[in-house]
Design a protein around this ligand. Structure first.
Ligand SMILES: Nc1nc2c(ncn2[C@@H]2O[C@H](COP(=O)(O)OP(=O)(O)OP(=O)(O)O)[C@@H](O)[C@H]2O)c(=O)[nH]1
Ligand SMILES: [Mg+2]
Length: 488
């Protein structure tokens, strides 16, 4: 007994404390010894638990301190949601994967909205034009559309597609009729989604066990997804829609009106066969192409690998539709953001919006200036993403002349993507400079520290978008390192 105690606790003879302790342990009964050992074990467990919690708190604090927040701004349709999807695809691909089934009603409503838009385009450029003449591009394409599209044909097409056509003028009873999910709504020809809609679908967030298996149409979550009537509507009318899409007048109006290019994205009419199938589940590419206007603030957090640390949390706030002049209302909540990502659509120079109607490029430049001038965000660097460069290319190739829409572009500049990109980038830099000079004049000492970066991306090309995101990430991370806010 005494030997076994000695073997556990060996105390030096020269140590006065050792002598005391040895005597104490020699006097220990077996019951007392096991009680003491139990207490020691408990104390050790408690100590380990405290260490573990302290470690956790330290890591949480470190992450909180080093988290990155970005404000995603830009006019309607400039690509903010698409950019967010790319952040997820790049850093959290599992999330997008589990959300795939939820995008099905969005793809289907995009089809319906495209058919309605096309019918309206036929009305505008078809029979009614015979009295007023035709556009020059139509002449080049082999005569006016009115020559091959009679009012009779148009009426017939409308009648055939009457079940799938959206009305412009009012909130249609569409949502009820086709049982759209609560987070999805349709107004005019626009499709809207509400904030946090993905989370509405049980098990669709965060991946992992119990979530939707996107490739298994019999998975319980998949089967209970709403909007089944909308899917029925598309599959039941697929043949009619296909015939409509292949109709020569429709093809003519598509090829002669570059502004159709705005649907280059949500352009699912070429894929009807695949998309109208009962077992269809949207691919990541389909999700990127979806057009649906965001309502409210959309928040997305991804974990970005960084140096020897496992990752940093990076949160994007998409302030949809209120990125410009009305920014005063919310900007005070975002003074600590690390950077602004401003999306600027390069292809919208020949499009109009609002009442009174204004050129969308002019609106975008005004919004950009308003963001630069915003007092709450005055210290935040801006990274501009020039988007839709592919559409710009398509427009100039089909003969749309930028100088016809933007008078300051002038006749001396070539109508090419390269020249146009430089021109629009110069416009943005000059707005930024204007706001900086105003601040210097007003006595700001920090004005000169703020910077503007510009990168270009076709957000429908995953590789190109990811290259631009990594470029932006490096700029943001580098700034944090330079200012000593981060260590590797
Ligand atoms: N061709 C092309 N289409 C793009 C590009 N970027 C985005 N799109 C498409 O443009 C449409 C609008 O993009 P969104 O990301 O929804 O635009 P948004 O800025 O979030 O729009 P709001 O939510 O209305 O403010 C979608 O159909 C996208 O697929 C691009 O670089 N090229
Ligand atoms: Mg959006």
């Amino acid at each position: 007994m005494a030997r076994s105690v000695r073997s556990i606790h060996s105390y030096s003879d020269s140590d006065p404390f050792g002598n005391v302790l040895r005597e104490l342990h020699y006097a220990e009964t077996p019951v007392g010894r096991s009680a003491r050992l139990r207490e020691e074990r408990n104390a050790q467990q408690l100590s380990n638990e405290i260490d573990r919690r302290l470690d956790q708190e330290r890591i949480a604090l470190e992450r909180a301190t080093h988290d990155v927040t970005l404000l995603v701004l830009g006019p309607r349709g400039s690509g903010k949601s698409t950019l967010q999807k790319h952040f997820q695809l790049l850093y959290e691909p599992k999330v997008i994967d589990t959300e795939r089934p939820a995008w099905k009603p969005v793809v289907h409503s995009n089809i319906i909205s495209n058919v309605s838009f096309l019918l309206d385009l036929l009305q505008q450029h078809g029979p009614s034009m015979s009295a007023s003449g035709s556009s020059s591009s139509e002449e080049q394409e082999g005569g006016p559309l009115s020559a091959i599209l009679s009012q009779q044909t148009l009426t017939r097409l409308r009648r055939e597609l009457r079940h799938v056509v959206l009305r412009h003028d009012a909130w249609s009873p569409w949502e009820d009729r086709y049982q759209l999910p609560q987070w999805l709504s349709v107004h005019g020809q626009e499709v809207f989604v509400r904030h946090g809609w993905q989370k509405v679908l049980s098990g669709s967030h965060g991946g992992g066990e119990g979530g939707i298996d996107p490739d298994d149409p019999t998975s319980p979550s998949f089967a209970t997804l709403p909007a089944t009537k909308l899917s029925d509507l598309v599959s039941e009318n697929a043949e009619k829609i296909k015939a409509f899409w292949k109709h020569p007048v429709v093809q003519r109006v598509v090829h002669t009106h570059a502004r159709w290019g705005r649907f280059g994205a949500g352009f699912f009419l070429n894929d009807l066969e695949r998309i109208s199938d009962d077992n269809y589940v949207p691919s990541a590419e389909d999700i990127l192409k979806c057009r649906c206007q965001t309502i409210g603030v959309e928040e997305t957090t991804v974990q970005v690998p960084y140096g020897p640390r496992p990752y940093r949390n990076l949160t994007l706030y998409d302030i949809s539709g209120v990125g410009g002049k009305s920014s005063k209302a919310w900007s005070g909540h975002f003074t600590e953001v690390n950077s602004i990502l401003f999306l600027f659509d390069l292809a919208c120079f020949d499009e109009f919006e609002g009442k009174p109607r204004r050129n969308r490029m002019a609106v975008a430049l005004d919004e950009f200036l308003a963001v630069c001038r915003n007092h709450d965000l005055r210290k935040v660097n801006i990274i501009v993403f020039l988007t839709k460069v592919d559409l710009l290319q398509r427009k100039v190739e089909t003969g749309v002349r930028i100088q016809d829409w933007i008078s300051s572009y002038g006749n001396n500049r070539a109508n090419t993507v390269k020249v146009a990109k430089t021109y629009f980038e110069d416009q943005l830099r000059s707005k930024f400079q204007t706001s900086q000079s105003e601040r210097v004049k007003a006595g700001s000492r920090t004005a000169r520290e703020r910077q503007l970066y510009v990168c270009t991306a076709n957000l429908l090309q995953t590789a190109d978008a990811q290259r631009a995101i990594k470029e932006a990430r490096d700029i943001i991370f580098m700034k944090l390192l330079v200012h000593g806010l981060w260590s590797v």
